[in-house]
Design a protein around this ligand. Structure first.
Ligand code: SAH
Ligand code: SF4
Length: 390
Protein backbone atom coordinates (compact mmCIF):
# COMPACT_ATOMS: atom_id res chain seq x y z
CA UNK A 1 0.00 0.00 0.00
CA UNK A 2 2.63 2.51 1.09
CA UNK A 3 4.97 1.76 -1.79
CA UNK A 4 2.28 2.63 -4.29
CA UNK A 5 1.07 5.70 -2.48
CA UNK A 6 2.21 9.06 -3.72
CA UNK A 7 5.19 10.80 -2.18
CA UNK A 8 3.44 13.58 -0.34
CA UNK A 9 5.18 16.35 1.57
CA UNK A 10 5.54 15.39 5.21
CA UNK A 11 5.53 18.83 6.53
CA UNK A 12 3.46 21.38 4.75
CA UNK A 13 4.30 24.27 7.05
CA UNK A 14 7.53 25.15 5.31
CA UNK A 15 5.96 25.30 1.92
CA UNK A 16 4.72 28.34 0.14
CA UNK A 17 1.20 28.33 -1.21
CA UNK A 18 0.88 26.41 -4.44
CA UNK A 19 4.53 25.47 -4.42
CA UNK A 20 6.02 22.92 -6.71
CA UNK A 21 7.12 19.79 -4.94
CA UNK A 22 10.54 20.92 -3.85
CA UNK A 23 12.98 18.74 -1.96
CA UNK A 24 15.25 21.65 -1.07
CA UNK A 25 14.43 22.85 2.43
CA UNK A 26 13.85 19.46 4.05
CA UNK A 27 16.54 18.24 6.45
CA UNK A 28 17.94 14.71 6.72
CA UNK A 29 15.36 13.63 9.30
CA UNK A 30 12.45 14.92 7.23
CA UNK A 31 13.79 13.44 4.02
CA UNK A 32 14.37 10.08 5.73
CA UNK A 33 10.91 9.92 7.25
CA UNK A 34 9.39 10.87 3.95
CA UNK A 35 11.35 8.19 2.10
CA UNK A 36 10.38 5.61 4.71
CA UNK A 37 6.72 6.55 4.41
CA UNK A 38 6.99 5.97 0.68
CA UNK A 39 8.37 2.49 1.23
CA UNK A 40 12.02 3.33 0.54
CA UNK A 41 14.87 2.67 2.96
CA UNK A 42 15.36 5.46 5.47
CA UNK A 43 18.98 6.06 4.48
CA UNK A 44 17.81 7.36 1.14
CA UNK A 45 17.15 10.55 3.12
CA UNK A 46 20.86 10.90 3.93
CA UNK A 47 21.75 10.39 0.28
CA UNK A 48 19.32 13.11 -0.71
CA UNK A 49 20.65 15.52 1.91
CA UNK A 50 24.20 14.83 0.75
CA UNK A 51 23.18 15.61 -2.82
CA UNK A 52 21.19 18.76 -2.06
CA UNK A 53 23.34 20.42 0.58
CA UNK A 54 26.91 19.20 0.13
CA UNK A 55 27.15 18.22 -3.53
CA UNK A 56 24.78 21.03 -4.53
CA UNK A 57 23.05 19.00 -7.21
CA UNK A 58 20.11 20.86 -8.75
CA UNK A 59 18.33 18.16 -10.80
CA UNK A 60 16.77 14.96 -9.48
CA UNK A 61 18.19 13.31 -12.58
CA UNK A 62 21.70 14.15 -11.37
CA UNK A 63 21.36 12.45 -7.98
CA UNK A 64 23.02 9.25 -9.15
CA UNK A 65 23.27 7.74 -5.69
CA UNK A 66 19.54 7.07 -6.07
CA UNK A 67 18.41 4.19 -8.25
CA UNK A 68 17.23 5.12 -11.70
CA UNK A 69 13.78 3.77 -10.84
CA UNK A 70 13.49 6.03 -7.80
CA UNK A 71 14.62 9.07 -9.76
CA UNK A 72 12.01 8.32 -12.39
CA UNK A 73 9.36 7.89 -9.74
CA UNK A 74 10.20 11.23 -8.14
CA UNK A 75 10.07 12.86 -11.51
CA UNK A 76 6.76 11.21 -12.39
CA UNK A 77 5.23 12.45 -9.17
CA UNK A 78 6.31 15.99 -9.87
CA UNK A 79 9.21 16.27 -7.44
CA UNK A 80 12.15 18.47 -8.21
CA UNK A 81 15.17 19.69 -6.27
CA UNK A 82 13.61 23.15 -6.30
CA UNK A 83 16.62 25.10 -5.11
CA UNK A 84 16.09 28.83 -5.65
CA UNK A 85 17.86 30.03 -8.79
CA UNK A 86 19.80 33.21 -9.45
CA UNK A 87 18.04 34.80 -12.41
CA UNK A 88 19.73 38.19 -12.61
CA UNK A 89 23.06 39.63 -11.45
CA UNK A 90 24.03 43.28 -10.88
CA UNK A 91 27.73 43.94 -10.34
CA UNK A 92 29.08 46.94 -8.45
CA UNK A 93 32.35 48.75 -9.04
CA UNK A 94 33.36 47.59 -5.54
CA UNK A 95 32.95 43.89 -6.39
CA UNK A 96 29.61 43.50 -4.66
CA UNK A 97 27.01 41.45 -6.53
CA UNK A 98 23.28 41.77 -6.08
CA UNK A 99 21.13 38.84 -7.18
CA UNK A 100 17.51 38.44 -8.03
CA UNK A 101 16.70 34.93 -6.95
CA UNK A 102 13.66 33.03 -8.15
CA UNK A 103 11.85 31.44 -5.20
CA UNK A 104 10.00 28.14 -4.84
CA UNK A 105 6.45 29.43 -5.10
CA UNK A 106 4.28 29.36 -8.19
CA UNK A 107 3.67 33.06 -7.60
CA UNK A 108 6.93 33.76 -9.45
CA UNK A 109 8.21 36.16 -6.79
CA UNK A 110 11.89 36.91 -6.66
CA UNK A 111 13.96 37.70 -3.63
CA UNK A 112 17.20 39.67 -3.32
CA UNK A 113 20.55 38.43 -2.07
CA UNK A 114 23.88 40.24 -1.91
CA UNK A 115 27.44 38.92 -2.15
CA UNK A 116 30.14 41.13 -0.66
CA UNK A 117 33.70 39.95 -1.14
CA UNK A 118 35.77 41.28 1.73
CA UNK A 119 32.50 42.24 3.39
CA UNK A 120 32.61 43.10 7.06
CA UNK A 121 30.08 40.51 8.16
CA UNK A 122 27.97 43.24 9.67
CA UNK A 123 30.54 43.28 12.41
CA UNK A 124 33.34 45.50 11.23
CA UNK A 125 36.08 45.97 13.75
CA UNK A 126 37.92 42.79 12.95
CA UNK A 127 40.27 44.70 10.68
CA UNK A 128 38.24 44.00 7.58
CA UNK A 129 37.00 47.48 6.88
CA UNK A 130 39.95 48.39 4.69
CA UNK A 131 39.60 49.20 0.99
CA UNK A 132 37.77 46.59 -1.05
CA UNK A 133 40.11 46.26 -4.02
CA UNK A 134 38.11 43.33 -5.30
CA UNK A 135 36.76 44.86 -8.45
CA UNK A 136 38.99 43.45 -11.15
CA UNK A 137 40.28 40.06 -10.19
CA UNK A 138 38.21 36.90 -10.19
CA UNK A 139 38.61 35.11 -6.86
CA UNK A 140 40.66 37.55 -4.87
CA UNK A 141 38.59 37.57 -1.71
CA UNK A 142 39.78 35.77 1.37
CA UNK A 143 36.58 36.40 3.21
CA UNK A 144 33.13 37.31 2.06
CA UNK A 145 29.68 38.06 3.38
CA UNK A 146 26.33 36.98 2.02
CA UNK A 147 23.36 39.18 2.90
CA UNK A 148 20.22 37.05 3.03
CA UNK A 149 16.53 38.00 2.80
CA UNK A 150 13.86 36.49 5.03
CA UNK A 151 10.69 37.93 3.49
CA UNK A 152 9.63 39.49 0.21
CA UNK A 153 9.13 43.10 1.26
CA UNK A 154 8.60 44.02 4.88
CA UNK A 155 5.67 45.02 7.07
CA UNK A 156 7.65 47.06 9.60
CA UNK A 157 7.53 50.41 7.86
CA UNK A 158 10.77 52.06 8.93
CA UNK A 159 10.64 55.48 7.36
CA UNK A 160 14.17 55.44 5.95
CA UNK A 161 14.08 51.99 4.33
CA UNK A 162 13.26 51.27 0.69
CA UNK A 163 12.17 47.69 1.40
CA UNK A 164 9.36 49.11 3.55
CA UNK A 165 7.84 50.67 0.42
CA UNK A 166 6.99 47.20 -0.88
CA UNK A 167 4.91 46.28 2.12
CA UNK A 168 4.97 42.61 3.02
CA UNK A 169 4.38 40.45 -0.03
CA UNK A 170 5.01 37.15 1.67
CA UNK A 171 7.21 35.11 3.97
CA UNK A 172 10.00 33.06 2.47
CA UNK A 173 10.07 29.32 3.10
CA UNK A 174 12.96 27.49 4.77
CA UNK A 175 14.16 26.36 1.34
CA UNK A 176 13.95 29.88 -0.06
CA UNK A 177 16.00 31.37 2.77
CA UNK A 178 18.67 28.65 2.88
CA UNK A 179 18.55 28.32 -0.91
CA UNK A 180 19.75 31.88 -1.42
CA UNK A 181 22.90 30.97 0.48
CA UNK A 182 23.55 27.67 -1.27
CA UNK A 183 22.93 29.21 -4.70
CA UNK A 184 25.51 31.91 -3.96
CA UNK A 185 28.03 29.44 -2.48
CA UNK A 186 27.65 27.48 -5.69
CA UNK A 187 28.05 30.51 -7.96
CA UNK A 188 31.20 31.59 -6.10
CA UNK A 189 32.55 28.02 -5.87
CA UNK A 190 32.91 28.37 -2.12
CA UNK A 191 34.41 25.41 -0.28
CA UNK A 192 32.54 25.32 3.00
CA UNK A 193 34.88 24.84 5.94
CA UNK A 194 37.88 26.08 4.01
CA UNK A 195 36.88 29.57 3.02
CA UNK A 196 35.62 32.19 5.38
CA UNK A 197 32.09 33.20 4.57
CA UNK A 198 29.87 35.19 6.92
CA UNK A 199 26.11 35.36 6.67
CA UNK A 200 24.06 38.35 7.66
CA UNK A 201 20.28 38.08 7.78
CA UNK A 202 19.95 41.72 6.89
CA UNK A 203 18.39 41.62 3.46
CA UNK A 204 14.74 42.19 2.74
CA UNK A 205 12.32 41.60 5.53
CA UNK A 206 12.17 41.20 9.28
CA UNK A 207 13.53 37.75 10.21
CA UNK A 208 11.73 37.69 13.57
CA UNK A 209 8.36 38.12 11.84
CA UNK A 210 9.08 34.91 9.91
CA UNK A 211 10.64 33.21 12.87
CA UNK A 212 9.97 29.51 12.19
CA UNK A 213 11.25 29.57 8.65
CA UNK A 214 14.17 31.83 9.48
CA UNK A 215 15.41 29.52 12.26
CA UNK A 216 14.60 26.45 10.14
CA UNK A 217 16.91 27.85 7.49
CA UNK A 218 19.63 28.58 10.05
CA UNK A 219 19.38 24.98 11.31
CA UNK A 220 19.64 23.67 7.76
CA UNK A 221 22.66 25.86 7.02
CA UNK A 222 24.41 24.75 10.20
CA UNK A 223 23.49 21.07 10.29
CA UNK A 224 23.31 20.21 6.60
CA UNK A 225 25.43 22.76 4.76
CA UNK A 226 28.09 22.99 7.49
CA UNK A 227 28.24 26.72 8.16
CA UNK A 228 29.01 28.04 11.65
CA UNK A 229 26.34 30.00 13.55
CA UNK A 230 29.13 32.11 15.01
CA UNK A 231 29.70 33.47 11.51
CA UNK A 232 26.04 34.42 11.18
CA UNK A 233 24.35 37.60 12.39
CA UNK A 234 20.63 38.24 12.44
CA UNK A 235 19.37 41.79 12.57
CA UNK A 236 15.99 42.74 13.99
CA UNK A 237 14.11 45.99 14.20
CA UNK A 238 13.25 44.99 17.77
CA UNK A 239 10.43 42.42 17.63
CA UNK A 240 10.29 41.57 21.34
CA UNK A 241 8.49 38.19 21.18
CA UNK A 242 10.98 37.13 18.50
CA UNK A 243 13.96 38.13 20.62
CA UNK A 244 12.47 36.19 23.54
CA UNK A 245 12.18 33.05 21.43
CA UNK A 246 15.64 33.58 20.04
CA UNK A 247 17.02 33.72 23.59
CA UNK A 248 15.84 30.13 24.06
CA UNK A 249 17.71 28.74 21.05
CA UNK A 250 20.65 26.45 21.82
CA UNK A 251 24.05 28.11 21.33
CA UNK A 252 25.09 25.46 18.76
CA UNK A 253 22.67 26.91 16.25
CA UNK A 254 22.09 30.48 17.43
CA UNK A 255 23.49 33.25 15.22
CA UNK A 256 24.76 36.47 16.75
CA UNK A 257 22.25 39.23 17.36
CA UNK A 258 22.10 42.76 16.03
CA UNK A 259 19.45 45.28 17.02
CA UNK A 260 18.51 48.17 14.75
CA UNK A 261 18.61 50.96 17.31
CA UNK A 262 18.82 53.82 14.83
CA UNK A 263 17.90 56.60 17.22
CA UNK A 264 19.16 58.13 20.47
CA UNK A 265 15.84 57.97 22.34
CA UNK A 266 12.23 56.77 22.12
CA UNK A 267 10.93 60.03 20.74
CA UNK A 268 13.13 60.04 17.66
CA UNK A 269 12.95 56.27 17.31
CA UNK A 270 9.15 56.27 17.21
CA UNK A 271 9.33 58.82 14.45
CA UNK A 272 11.79 56.94 12.23
CA UNK A 273 10.69 53.43 13.29
CA UNK A 274 6.98 53.45 14.19
CA UNK A 275 7.36 49.89 15.56
CA UNK A 276 9.00 51.60 18.55
CA UNK A 277 5.54 52.61 19.78
CA UNK A 278 4.73 48.94 20.25
CA UNK A 279 8.13 47.86 21.59
CA UNK A 280 10.11 50.82 22.90
CA UNK A 281 13.85 50.73 23.52
CA UNK A 282 13.66 49.56 27.13
CA UNK A 283 11.40 46.60 26.21
CA UNK A 284 13.81 45.58 23.46
CA UNK A 285 16.81 45.84 25.76
CA UNK A 286 15.03 43.79 28.45
CA UNK A 287 14.38 41.03 25.92
CA UNK A 288 18.00 41.15 24.74
CA UNK A 289 19.17 40.66 28.35
CA UNK A 290 17.64 37.18 28.20
CA UNK A 291 20.09 36.02 25.51
CA UNK A 292 22.91 33.95 27.02
CA UNK A 293 25.97 35.17 25.21
CA UNK A 294 28.87 32.93 24.28
CA UNK A 295 32.28 33.89 25.56
CA UNK A 296 33.48 37.14 23.96
CA UNK A 297 30.19 37.53 22.12
CA UNK A 298 28.71 41.01 21.95
CA UNK A 299 25.36 42.43 20.97
CA UNK A 300 25.54 44.78 17.99
CA UNK A 301 23.49 47.95 17.93
CA UNK A 302 23.09 49.20 14.39
CA UNK A 303 22.68 52.91 14.01
CA UNK A 304 21.66 54.53 10.75
CA UNK A 305 22.82 58.13 10.52
CA UNK A 306 20.11 60.31 8.98
CA UNK A 307 21.27 63.81 8.15
CA UNK A 308 20.07 66.25 10.83
CA UNK A 309 17.74 63.64 12.36
CA UNK A 310 19.93 61.14 14.17
CA UNK A 311 23.48 62.34 13.51
CA UNK A 312 23.95 65.31 15.83
CA UNK A 313 26.70 65.46 18.47
CA UNK A 314 24.15 65.48 21.31
CA UNK A 315 22.70 62.26 19.85
CA UNK A 316 26.08 60.60 20.12
CA UNK A 317 26.23 61.42 23.84
CA UNK A 318 22.72 60.02 24.30
CA UNK A 319 23.56 56.83 22.43
CA UNK A 320 26.66 56.35 24.56
CA UNK A 321 24.63 56.74 27.75
CA UNK A 322 21.93 54.42 26.46
CA UNK A 323 24.38 51.68 25.49
CA UNK A 324 26.20 51.92 28.83
CA UNK A 325 22.91 51.81 30.72
CA UNK A 326 22.00 48.48 29.10
CA UNK A 327 24.97 46.92 30.86
CA UNK A 328 25.27 44.55 27.90
CA UNK A 329 28.57 43.67 26.25
CA UNK A 330 27.83 45.65 23.12
CA UNK A 331 29.21 47.55 20.20
CA UNK A 332 27.71 50.05 17.82
CA UNK A 333 27.83 49.76 14.03
CA UNK A 334 27.30 53.11 12.36
CA UNK A 335 25.72 53.10 8.90
CA UNK A 336 25.48 56.31 6.92
CA UNK A 337 22.00 56.38 5.40
CA UNK A 338 21.85 55.03 1.86
CA UNK A 339 19.50 57.12 -0.24
CA UNK A 340 16.49 55.77 -2.09
CA UNK A 341 13.84 57.31 -4.33
CA UNK A 342 10.81 58.69 -2.55
CA UNK A 343 12.43 58.81 0.87
CA UNK A 344 12.59 62.27 2.40
CA UNK A 345 15.81 61.98 4.39
CA UNK A 346 19.27 63.18 3.54
CA UNK A 347 22.67 61.61 3.93
CA UNK A 348 24.76 62.85 6.85
CA UNK A 349 26.96 65.78 5.93
CA UNK A 350 30.62 65.14 5.37
CA UNK A 351 32.35 64.95 8.71
CA UNK A 352 29.20 64.05 10.65
CA UNK A 353 29.80 60.32 10.46
CA UNK A 354 33.39 60.53 11.61
CA UNK A 355 32.42 63.07 14.28
CA UNK A 356 29.75 60.70 15.59
CA UNK A 357 32.16 57.80 15.63
CA UNK A 358 34.76 59.78 17.52
CA UNK A 359 32.24 61.01 20.07
CA UNK A 360 31.09 57.44 20.84
CA UNK A 361 34.65 56.18 20.99
CA UNK A 362 35.59 59.00 23.37
CA UNK A 363 32.81 57.81 25.68
CA UNK A 364 34.36 54.34 25.68
CA UNK A 365 31.76 52.71 23.44
CA UNK A 366 33.19 50.22 20.92
CA UNK A 367 32.11 51.63 17.58
CA UNK A 368 32.67 50.73 13.94
CA UNK A 369 31.73 52.25 10.62
CA UNK A 370 29.92 50.04 8.16
CA UNK A 371 31.19 50.77 4.68
CA UNK A 372 28.39 51.15 2.16
CA UNK A 373 28.67 48.28 -0.30
CA UNK A 374 27.24 48.25 -3.80
CA UNK A 375 25.38 51.55 -3.52
CA UNK A 376 25.66 51.98 -7.29
CA UNK A 377 23.63 48.82 -7.89
CA UNK A 378 21.14 49.35 -5.06
CA UNK A 379 22.69 46.62 -2.99
CA UNK A 380 23.51 48.61 0.16
CA UNK A 381 21.63 48.43 3.46
CA UNK A 382 18.00 49.36 3.09
CA UNK A 383 18.13 49.59 -0.69
CA UNK A 384 16.75 46.19 -1.63
CA UNK A 385 13.50 46.50 -3.50
CA UNK A 386 13.28 44.21 -6.52
CA UNK A 387 14.43 46.74 -9.07
CA UNK A 388 13.08 44.69 -11.08
CA UNK A 389 13.18 41.73 -13.39
CA UNK A 390 9.90 42.24 -15.22
N1 SAH B 1 14.66 44.08 9.09
C1 SAH B 1 15.89 43.91 9.80
C2 SAH B 1 17.02 43.48 8.94
C3 SAH B 1 17.15 44.12 7.57
S1 SAH B 1 17.62 45.80 7.50
C4 SAH B 1 16.23 45.18 10.54
O1 SAH B 1 15.65 46.20 10.27
O2 SAH B 1 17.07 45.11 11.42
C5 SAH B 1 19.35 45.79 7.88
C6 SAH B 1 19.85 47.12 8.43
O3 SAH B 1 19.80 48.14 7.43
C7 SAH B 1 19.03 47.62 9.61
O4 SAH B 1 19.89 47.96 10.67
C8 SAH B 1 18.36 48.87 9.06
O5 SAH B 1 18.13 49.82 10.07
C9 SAH B 1 19.35 49.35 8.02
N2 SAH B 1 18.80 50.21 6.98
C10 SAH B 1 17.56 50.20 6.47
N3 SAH B 1 17.43 51.14 5.51
C11 SAH B 1 18.64 51.75 5.40
C12 SAH B 1 19.15 52.79 4.57
N4 SAH B 1 18.41 53.36 3.63
N5 SAH B 1 20.44 53.16 4.73
C13 SAH B 1 21.22 52.54 5.65
N6 SAH B 1 20.79 51.56 6.45
C14 SAH B 1 19.51 51.16 6.34
FE1 SF4 C 1 11.84 46.13 7.49
FE2 SF4 C 1 14.36 46.28 8.44
FE3 SF4 C 1 13.55 47.89 6.41
FE4 SF4 C 1 12.63 48.28 8.90
S1 SF4 C 1 14.76 48.47 8.19
S2 SF4 C 1 11.40 48.28 7.01
S3 SF4 C 1 12.46 46.18 9.64
S4 SF4 C 1 13.71 45.66 6.36
Amino acid sequence: MTTNSQLVPLDAKNRVGGSLRSLFGMNTAELSEWMAAAGEPKWRGSQLAEALYRQRIVEVEGITTLSKALRQRLDREGWQVGRPRIVQVFTSVDGTERYLVHGQGLDGLTVETVWMPEGDGGEAGDGSEGPAGAAEASKVWDRATICVSSQVGCAVNCQFCLTAKLGLQRNLSVGEIAGQVVAVLDRQSVEVGKERVNLVFMGMGEPFLNYENFMGAVRLLVEEVGLSPQRMTVSTSGIVPGIERFAEEPPEIRPKLAISLNAPNDEVRSEVMPINRKWPIEAVVDAVRGVRLRSRERITFEYVLLGGVTDRPEHAAEVARLVRRTGLPAKVNLIAWNPGPGIAYTMPESGAVEGFRRALAAEGVPVYLRRPRGRDIYAACGQLKRTVEE
